[in-house]
Design a protein around this ligand. Sequence first.
Ligand SMILES: [Mg+2]
Length: 135
Amino acid sequence: MTYENLQLNESKSQSLGWIEVTGGQQIRYDEFVRKLFKLNAACGDLMHAAIGICGEAGELGDAIKKHVVYNKELDRTNVVEELGDLRFYMQAMQNLLGISEQEVLQHNACKLMVRYEGLEYSDAAAQARADKVGD
Ligand SMILES: [Mg+2]
């Protein structure tokens, strides 16, 4: 499977990303982010989402650094929080560009299936990056 013949299955994506909100109601996560993401940021909406992704990735990295480098106990709650913050901005960018969760997951899977034949990781395949040949 290649990027070009990527087949999306939107019905499967319907089951992705439902969250429970106040009152026990369920809402799709993309709609939740659509309600909360501030539009018309001075820097532009896409830049707002991109900077948000970068900032939250840094916060996640810092949480892991404190554990790995400073030998602090891993603050799992903080890791979950930062992953959620990161996910929020990723969803905001997806919303702005009309990219579904299924498209993101399938595209990534297609790329990695080219890189890792037979779904087997190897350092050699990681270094060869077969999916990038010809780019
Ligand atoms: Mg954060």
